[in-house]
Design a protein around this ligand. Structure first.
Ligand code: FAD
Length: 364
């Protein structure tokens, strides 16, 4: 039996960023427990690595902007290499449609995208350009957050331990590990521990696929990211001499199937590529994979104290923006845990308490 100041369940970006922020705040006895042999094996290394701050939920936009500032100005002691490659990001939306949530008026055009990607459609759509955004070094970021932390790998948390209604630790197989505070940061598996907490199995893990094509003559590594929002959502960016593409599929799955490839996905890639990059509709995946994006009922993250169990905290439901927003998530949760309050303007929008009256979802 061992005992710690803090146990964090899950060594993905949510757990890693929380551990880093706690350490900055002076907490030095932290144990991160990870079921896999390595940290970040799931969503945190299976994503598109895009840094994008314009997000539909204003509370998350705020987190993204703060995190991007941190990554951009990170000291060399945090990361020896730059964490952001500011190749630029274009976001598009159908005219007069959906994109009322965008933080500003359109400031670019399809012809600017076509100057980089001549194969891009020449439809009449709204276009925004974010010159200082682009791609994130996701592996560098995870390792920077984890530097100096204790991660216990190959150790699955089976249940939480309590002392009356106070979280007291976790049970992993036959072993009990105690702690003064426990953080649930277990990504797509967040529902598994819900039944012991004040939340009611409300997480929705969704599978999304990504593909990388074989190298293409016209693609160079400094080309921008393009994200087409709306009913035909699609994004792409340069990767390994070819294009990394998402057809933005969004399927509710049991987390165990989040990394299983759907054979029908190839047709969706072809259909959407034909729509957005018509002359590239023939491209085939050289690499193809999928991962989980896990949503709360209102699509805002769940960050803060559990509504009914003392000393239990959540950093979960990071959906499709967890890499971009991780720094701010860690800072917020560290404030809740160390100061028992968080003055961040988005804090209330992300509190688990907001979701207590939501009924349990039908099982997947
Ligand atoms: C296809 C795709 C594209 C994406 N693109 C982007 C993007 O471009 N930009 C962006 O910002 N975000 C993107 N995301 C979202 C981002 O990847 C996630 O928000 C983020 O990785 C979630 O991190 P996490 O730590 O919550 O989850 P994970 O990385 O899944 O970490 C959870 C960890 O908990 C462990 N765990 C689970 N249960 C237990 C247990 N009982 N005991 C011990 N350990 C346990 C798991 O093994 C895992 O390591 C994308 C996601 C996907 C799938």
């Amino acid at each position: 039996m061992s005992s710690h100041q803090v146990i964090i369940i899950g060594a993905g970006i949510a757990g890693a960023a929380t551990a880093w922020s706690l350490k900055q705040a002076g907490v030095d006895d932290i144990l991160i427990i990870e079921q896999e042999a390595h940290a970040g094996l799931h969503s945190s290394s299976r994503n598109a690595a895009i840094l994008r701050t314009a997000i539909e939920q204003p509370a998350l936009t705020q987190l993204a902007i703060e995190s991007a500032d941190f990554y951009r100005n990170a000291s060399s002691s945090f990361s020896a290499q730059p964490l952001i490659d500011e190749v630029g990001l274009f976001i598009t939306a159908e005219k007069d449609s959906s994109a009322r949530w965008m933080p500003s008026s359109p400031n670019s055009s399809v012809s600017e995208i076509r100057a980089h990607y001549p194969d891009f459609t020449d439809q009449d759509i709204d276009v925004w350009h974010f010159a200082n955004e682009g791609t994130l070094d996701i592996h560098g970021l995870l390792q920077s957050f984890l530097k100096g932390q204790t991660v216990r790998n190959n150790c699955k948390v089976d249940e939480l331990l309590f002392n009356n209604d106070i979280a007291a630790g976790v049970r992993c197989g036959d072993e009990e590990i105690y702690a003064q505070q426990v953080v649930i940061a277990n990504g797509g598996w967040a529902n598994h521990l819900c039944s012991q907490t004040g939340l009611n199995q409300l997480f929705r893990p969704h599978r999304r696929h990504l593909m990388v094509s074989a190298p293409l003559a016209q693609i160079t590594h400094d080309l921008p990211v393009v994200w087409a929002t709306g009913s035909n959502e699609f994004y792409f960016r340069p990767e390994s001499g070819g294009l990394l593409i998402s057809a933005c599929d969004h399927e509710l799955v049991d987390p165990h199937y989040g990394e299983n490839i759907d054979p029908n996905i190839i047709d969706l890639f072809a259909k959407k590529t034909e729509y957005w990059l018509p002359s590239l509709s023939h491209i085939q995946p050289k690499h193809l994979w999928s991962g989980l994006r896990t949503f709360s009922p209102d699509n805002n993250f769940i960050v803060g104290p559990d509504p009914s169990i003392n000393n239990l905290y959540w950093a979960a439901g990071l959906a499709g923006h967890g890499m971009t927003c991780a720094y701010a998530v860690g800072q917020m949760l560290s404030a809740w845990m160390c100061d028992k309050k968080c003055t961040h303007p988005s804090a209330n929008d992300l509190l688990p308490q907001r979701l207590v009256d939501i009924p349990r979802l039908a099982s997947i």
